[in-house]
Design a protein around this ligand. Structure first.
Ligand SMILES: Nc1ncnc2c1ncn2[C@@H]1O[C@H](COP(=O)(O)OP(=O)(O)O)[C@@H](O)[C@H]1O
Ligand SMILES: CC(C)(COP(=O)(O)O)[C@@H](O)C(=O)NCCC(=O)O
Ligand SMILES: [K+]
Length: 255
């Protein structure tokens, strides 16, 4: 009953093979590839894997990338299944104006975060879910599992590239995060980091005001580790929220 979980973002493809489609399943193998290397998955890291029986993925990198990933899966006899955000799934209600236009990765990460909170026991709380990847997303979910809405902002890389290409004098190496930057490198690195931190704190404030309860804050994504030390509020850093979400959805779909 092996299960392959895929998360295809705008920078990297992340994959994980589990012994079965269940949150308690053992992890058999996992990896991550930058998108320029995905055409070598079948002859590389996937060549010696036990054949997955089921697969569920989320992709936000566009149709061309999705097709290239599906080509790599032709070494197996599986039918690729991709998440399309719906109005309701796995205990979460989708408040987006057009539910299917929400990024699939955002939907899956929120489902993972909610499952994670419920698994910890205690009364359900509002959730702020931050994903720091190519872009940064900051989601608000109330204690009843209603996704109220979320923010999208540029990630570190995009912010720096935008500043570099839009100015004459901002071509400098990465700096340090510091409260009072005194050189261009530190000013850029700190500006980006605190822009993201500020958006997160603002959303916590909005959700606290809206629900009258203290939100639980969870952070994930490839660049989450860069943000974690600069957060003034307590954020739990989780590296596999999307896989948690895919496992929760797969349990319901493939049981
Ligand atoms: N090996 C790495 N070295 C440096 N930065 C990395 C690495 N892996 C991830 N990152 C950071 O994480 C971001 C990508 O995270 P990821 O969650 O894979 O994004 P996405 O889901 O959008 O593809 C990059 O933009 C980069 O800032
Ligand atoms: C916001 C995103 C670009 C994030 O992509 P990522 O950083 O994970 O590569 C992606 O979730 C997306 O394309 N969303 C569709 C638009 C929306 O969610 O409103
Ligand atoms: K992502």
């Amino acid at each position: 009953m092996t299960f392959l979980a895929l998360d295809v973002g705008n920078t990297r493809l992340k994959w994980a093979l589990y012994e079965r489609p269940h949150p308690d399943a053992a992890l058999l193998a996992h990896g991550a590839e930058f998108l320029e290397n995905i055409d070598r998955l079948a002859e590389g890291p996937w060549a010696d894997l036990p054949e997955p029986e089921h697969m569920l993925g989320c992709v936000v990198a566009g149709d061309a990338i999705k097709r290239r990933v599906q080509e790599q899966m032709e070494i197996w006899d599986i039918h690729p299944k991709w998440v399309v955000p719906s109005v309701q799934e796995a205990g979460l209600t989708n408040g987006y104006d057009h539910p299917s236009r929400l990024g699939a990765d955002r939907w899956v990460a929120m489902i993972g975060a909610r499952q994670r909170m419920l698994a910890q026991g205690g009364a359900p709380r509002p959730l702020v879910v931050v994903m720091v990847g190519t872009a940064v997303t900051v989601e608000a979910i109330d204690a009843e599992g209603r996704f109220l809405g979320g923010l999208i902002l540029p990630g570190h890389g995009i912010m720096l590239r935008a500043l570099e290409s839009g100015t004459a004098g901002l071509h400098v190496p990465t700096g340090e995060v510091t409260p009072f930057p005194t050189n261009t490198s530190d000013a850029l690195t700190s500006g980006g980091t605190y822009a993201i931190a500020g958006a997160c704190e603002r959303m916590v404030h909005h959700l606290r005001e809206h629900t009258g309860q203290e939100p639980l804050c969870i952070m994930t994504g490839g660049a989450g580790w860069k943000m974690a030390p600069s957060m003034s509020l307590q954020f739990e850093l989780v590296d596999n929220l999307i896989f948690d979400g895919l496992l929760a959805m797969a349990t319901l779909r493939f049981a």
